[in-house]
Design a protein around this ligand. Structure first.
Ligand code: OOG
Ligand code: NI
Length: 460
């Protein structure tokens, strides 16, 4: 049998094919990639220290290929099959995102590579939402929507064959991987033919624009693909010059010296012509596809995330009583330390560690020392961990900015992680656990390296 390709390579092939397809379908996406490329080059030119750090961390190469996308599916069967499809490329469900609180009738996960090496090769991620039909109030409409989606097949037979083959063989050969990529791409393609008539589309749209987007088409078209920028404020400012109309505010934390989590902005969805079912061959339009850029900062611990969430709520509340959201965010986030040593000492962000063995040879660390002391004295180098996930409040903002003003309803229901996992057919991984494991493992290795030179006992 010929050799099986590493899943990382299949993910790279797929991400590139997806990017090419989206560039052809939505030319503004190409424009956005160009803008981000220019801004990144400029940042690296002006900040050689950053360029060196990124190069040393192996983050420079991934920057050029780094993309995330998003899709929305209708049924448990579709979601479970997507899980198997993404597993072929080494992508697994990480995190549970409840969007019902923000009036968006879906819950979601992100399929992404899990280990650092895979992330460094190609961190392609897909934010994947599942429609919560139970949130459609009208029982008749709910039933009609369920009927419509039960009839569609979003995967080609050849795609399903390739997934099965990968599962049986434990991978795919190059030739099989080529077929898999071509076939899998079909699921995410845009269809300008709806599967329903215009009247049905309008009814579903009235229930929620997202319901119409998920239910009325042959498949879960990729709705955006997002390049990663090193300076989102500059990229945002550059959008109008490129003929792209940006969303007014940037989602996520305010500008900082040490970026945390994720900041995102987007341009509004395009209005695209649709042919509806029916003797009349009704024409109409639908808005679904948009562009987005993101800037990633460091991952926060549970404590850091709790602080982020608290300050965000505080700023949102403040913005409802007159202050602009930008201003409210800036003033709330003064309370969030903004230098790496403070973030480390306060246990707000995740770090990985490396031993400086040469330093230990020159000068012994105290026989008993805390991690902060070892870092402070130069025996350990601490490096902030990049946040690889998403933010529910930001995601809701991105969803909403593309749905128009008629989509402000909010749902009483809570999230339902169990229902999501049962549809998925697997548990979702906890993103914070993953960062913790990464940090712990690097600390163990670093301390072992240090101990091989000098005995050191770590105190809390
Ligand atoms: C997904 C919106 C969320 C992000 O980057 O937070 C998202 C969608 O519109 O389907 O992509
Ligand atoms: Ni996105």
């Amino acid at each position: 049998m010929s050799q099986l390709l590493p899943p990382d390579e299949i993910r790279g092939m797929f991400s590139l094919a997806m990017s090419d397809m989206y560039r052809r379908e939505v030319p503004q996406y190409g424009t956005l990639c160009e803008l981000v490329g220019k801004v990144n080059a400029q940042v690296l030119r002006h900040d050689p220290a950053l360029a060196n750090r990124l190069r040393a961390d192996g983050q420079l190469e991934r920057l050029n290929v780094e993309r995330h996308g998003a899709v929305r599916v209708a049924t448990a069967q579709e979601l479970a099959t997507l899980r198997r499809l993404f597993a072929v490329m080494g992508m697994h469900a990480v995190g549970y995102y409840d969007l019902s609180i923000a009036g968006v009738p879906v819950h979601a996960t992100a399929f992404r590579p899990v280990d650092v090496r895979a992330l460094d090769v190609n961190p392609f991620r897909v934010f994947t939402s599942l429609l919560r039909l139970e949130l459609i109030g009208d029982p008749e409409l709910r039933e009609e929507a369920a009927q419509i989606v039960s009839r569609r097949r979003i995967f080609t037979p050849a795609c399903l064959d390739a997934i099965e083959r990968a599962e049986q063989q434990g991978g795919l050969t190059r030739q099989e991987a080529d077929t898999f990529v071509t076939q899998a791409l079909e699921t995410f393609r845009w269809h300008s033919d709806a599967t329903v008539d215009l009247a049905t589309y309008r009814k579903l749209r009235a229930a929620h624009p997202l319901v119409a987007d998920i239910v009325c088409f042959k498949g879960p078209h990729i709705n955006h693909l997002t390049p990663r920028t090193l300076d989102i404020d500059t990229a945002q400012a550059g959008m109008p010059e490129m003929g792209v109309e940006a969303k007014r505010t940037i989602e996520g934390p305010p500008p900082r010296v040490v970026p945390i989590l994720l900041r995102q902005t987007s341009f509004l969805a395009l209005e695209e012509p649709i042919r509806f079912v029916g003797a009349a061959g009704d024409q109409g339009t639908h808005t679904a596809r948009f562009g987005e850029i993101e800037q990633r900062g460091c991952a926060l611990t549970r404590k850091g995330r709790a602080l982020y969430d608290a300050l965000l709520s505080q700023a949102l509340a403040q913005s409802k009583v007159g202050t602009s959201l930008d201003e409210a965010m800036r003033s709330a986030f003064v309370a969030f330390p903004d230098d790496e040593p403070s973030l480390h000492q306060a246990g707000l962000a995740f770090f990985t560690y490396e031993a400086d063995v040469r330093r230990a040879e020159q000068a012994a660390p105290p026989p008993e020392a805390s991690i902060d002391q070892l870092v402070g004295g130069g025996w350990l180098r601490a490096k902030a961990v990049t946040y690889e996930d998403f933010l529910p409040v930001s995601a809701a903002g991105i969803f909403r900015s593309n749905l128009g003003d008629d989509a402000q309803a909010s749902y009483q229901d809570e999230g339902n992680r169990e229902a999501f996992e049962s549809a998925l057919g697997a548990r979702v991984l906890d993103e914070i656990d993953l960062y913790q494991q990464l940090s712990d493992a690097s600390l163990r290795t670093a301390l072992a390296a240090l101990s091989s030179v000098r005995p050191v006992k770590v105190t809390a």
